[in-house]
Design a protein around this ligand. Structure first.
Ligand SMILES: Nc1ncnc2c1ncn2[C@@H]1O[C@H](COP(=O)(O)OP(=O)(O)OP(=O)(O)O)[C@@H](O)[C@H]1O
Ligand SMILES: [Mg+2]
Length: 327
């Protein structure tokens, strides 16, 4: 049984002209306990909206979940009351967002913030135990001199250190699932690699599942068991990471992989450079949303929405022509 099942999730945004626009369109995926799903796609394709809608953290009032069902640990959370979602958040599902500054409280020290989380989840433990655990967490996320760091405020820390504090807070409640939305994008490459190694290590230790969101396909390849590739609000391809990487079926995935430096994919060819732009939401083509950029485009692609086919690797592919163009 999967830990989190996202079934045909759609998210709509009310724009200034009063029209509701569907920015995420019937997205489905599953995350198994202890496993990582990498959600990738270009900027603006709907990754964050997908992540935020899981715990109903969408920007209100303009954004709302307009379709779909979410099941966590056997419980239908798409219809759960806000109080129940708050309980699940932190206790069972933790979220790390892209910018740690917006998530940390600028007027509280690191110690106060971590202890506050611990206090909510482990109210029976003494203050001394909370402090000890906070220290241990800072140590686990690789913060040097944790004793001194406890007393400082977020602005006194570097970006990498703040991100680590965020991770420590997320881990404080020992979640079953960590939703990490581009947790390393704002950081330089060395720190990014350190944080990814750290998340992997902590995941092995705690058996936590992860939804890891990024536009960096190379990063996702190091972390994920499964990959979902999003394009313009829809999932183009979704399957076991090793299969999606070694035998990408969707032309969009093929282009993304071909564009990765240093990966010897058979698809590597200068012809695969991805030109053009993601269609604007008010201008979505009636057929395949990738049609205007696809080197395999045929007439049908302009008129009909592709079905979600499943290939022999249990990979879902939404492309009219994937069988013909198989590499
Ligand atoms: N509050 C909002 N109001 C209006 N439009 C929004 C809002 N939030 C997101 N959008 C639009 O929804 C689309 C999807 O946004 P989302 O943030 O989910 O993309 P993303 O895949 O996370 O991109 P990135 O990689 O840049 O983080 C974008 O076109 C964005 O402009
Ligand atoms: Mg985002």
């Amino acid at each position: 049984m999967s830990l989190l099942s996202v079934q045909e999730l759609s998210v709509s945004i009310l724009s200034d002209d009063g029209a509701a626009r569907e920015l995420v369109s019937k997205v489905s995926f599953d995350i198994e306990a202890g496993k990582t799903l990498g959600l990738v796609g270009e900027s603006g394709c709907g990754k964050s909206l997908t992540a935020m809608s899981i715990l109903d953290l969408l920007p209100k009032p303009q954004a709302r979940r307009s379709h779909g069902k979410l099941i966590f640990n056997g419980e239908t959370i798409s219809t759960a009351a806000p109080s129940r979602l708050r309980q699940i958040r932190g206790k069972n599902i933790a979220v790390i967002f892209q910018d740690p500054m917006t998530a940390l409280n600028p007027v509280q020290t690191v110690a106060q913030q971590i202890i506050e989380v611990l206090n909510i989840h482990f109210p029976k433990l003494s203050r001394r135990k909370h402090r000890e655990r906070a220290l241990e967490l800072l140590h686990e996320v690789g913060i040097p001199a944790p004793e001194e760091r406890l007393a400082v405020y977020p602005h006194q820390l570097s970006g990498g250190m703040r991100q680590r504090v965020m991770i420590a807070m997320a881990l404080a409640c020992e979640p079953d699932l960590l939703i990490a939305d581009e947790p390393t994008t704002a950081l330089d490459v060395t720190i990014q690699a350190q944080i990814v190694r750290l998340l992997k290590r902590l995941q092995e230790k705690n058996g936590m599942a992860m939804l890891f969101i990024t536009h960096d396909l190379a990063l996702v390849s190091q972390l994920s068991d499964h990959i979902a590739v999003m394009y313009a609000g829809k999932i183009a391809e979704y399957g076991p990471a090793k299969d999606v990487f070694s035998k990408p079926c969707h032309p969009y995935t093929q282009s993304l992989i071909a564009a990765l430096p240093g990966i010897n994919s058979p698809a590597k060819s200068p012809l695969l450079a991805l030109e053009g732009q993601v269609p604007a939401i008010e201008n979505m083509p009636p057929g395949c949303r990738f049609a205007n950029r696809c080197r395999h485009v045929a007439n049908i692609c302009h008129t009909e929405i592709p079905q979600q086919d499943v290939n022999t690797n249990a990979t879902m592919v939404a492309c009219h022509r994937w069988k013909e163009i198989k590499q």
